[in-house]
Design a protein around this ligand. Structure first.
Ligand code: SF4
Length: 325
């Protein structure tokens, strides 16, 4: 598999009256063609800001973005808005969490998909309509010709979410970023949407960055997982390795917090404490106030990314005290 995205030491900072918020603080990751990569973590860990930065949706200034986002040998950091517009929506597209707020209630589905297609593709009217109907069919929209003429309020939430996937696919993008795409849906519809995404990824050979806080969804869909905590990536692993041998104490806590049958009627285990606010991260490892294994070193120095195997890393002193500065 060839590399399609290479993010190096990416930082996204915001100035606020309370101080500088280091929402993303020096993360690096790569993405291969055709893979599904999950970014996982609690709210406020920096996963959504990461993908918004990749999409060029963070306004600079006032925000500060540093590092590199290499896509097809071009660095997206520092690219002008005009240049970004040629990539965003065409080569890298996004599926948002809330379909209801993505679509304009005043226009038909066909009109809104046509606008997206016309912004990026050089198709005539007939070809545009044919492509839209075809992609609606691919995301299992029944009677797509009829739905094309209908308005968002005439669709269910699950149907709108599938239409949003269709909207992201219409330009046949290289990378699709899906930000919690199933959170607003009920469980049966979630499974349907995930199945569609998996089938379409195979058919289109797209690469997908999948943002979620739900580890069940990660197991369903992804090839590799990166766990984020307080603006950093704390563990990178293949899905099977992450579930079979999680290394970082935060990942273990997340996995233990999943609702299991055996906990029925009992108090659920959870990761104690809260994600620290982004302008008041603790010294050393940012997880140290919540970590059951915290040592003196953890309170002094931030752990580097430590290699566990060729495909598995953890930023934790438990695996490399000898790497202290
Ligand atoms: Fe816990 Fe220390 Fe590892 Fe941080 S570095 S996760 S505090 S053991």
């Amino acid at each position: 598999m060839s590399k399609i995205l290479d993010v190096r030491d990416l930082k996204t900072y915001f100035r606020t009256p309370d101080g500088v918020v280091k929402a993303v603080d020096g993360i690096s990751f790569e993405m291969m063609k055709g893979e599904i990569l999950a970014l996982v973590g609690e709210s406020g860990c920096g996963k959504s800001v990461t993908v918004q930065t990749v999409m060029g949706l963070v306004k600079v200034p006032p925000a500060l973005v540093e590092g590199q986002i290499l896509y097809r040998d071009r660095n997206l950091v520092g690219m002008s808005n005009k240049e970004y517009r040629n990539i965003r929506g065409k080569e890298i597209s996004m599926i948002f969490q809330e379909p209801m707020s993505t679509f304009d209630p005043l226009f038909t589905i066909g009109y809104q998909l046509t606008e997206v297609a016309k912004a990026h593709m050089e198709w005539d009217d007939q070809k545009t309509r044919e492509e839209i109907i075809s992609v609606l069919r691919k995301v299992n929209i029944p009677e797509p010709e009829k739905r094309y003429r209908e308005y968002p309020h005439e669709m269910s939430g699950g149907m709108l979410q599938r239409i949003m996937i269709a909207m992201a696919l219409i330009t046949n993008p290289e990378i699709i970023i899906a930000d919690e795409p199933t959170t607003a849906l009920d469980v049966t519809i979630q499974a349907q949407v995930l199945n569609i995404m998996r089938d379409l990824q195979k058919e289109f050979d797209s690469s997908i960055i999948f943002i979620t806080h739900d580890l069940g969804v990660v197991a369903e869909l992804s090839d590799r997982v990166h766990v984020m905590y307080a603006g950093k990536i704390v563990e990178k692993a293949l899905v099977s390795d992450l579930y079979n041998s999680p290394m970082h104490p935060y990942t273990r806590g997340l996995l233990n917090s999943r609702v299991k049958r055996e906990y029925k009627g009992k108090k659920l285990p959870y990761v104690e404490g809260y994600v620290p606010r982004a302008h008041e991260f603790p010294k050393g490892c940012r997880f140290n106030p919540r970590c059951p294994h915290a040592m003196e070193l953890c309170r002094e120095q931030d752990p580097p990314e430590i290699s566990i195997s060729e495909t598995h890393t953890a930023a934790c002193w438990l695996y490399g005290e000898d790497q202290r500065l």
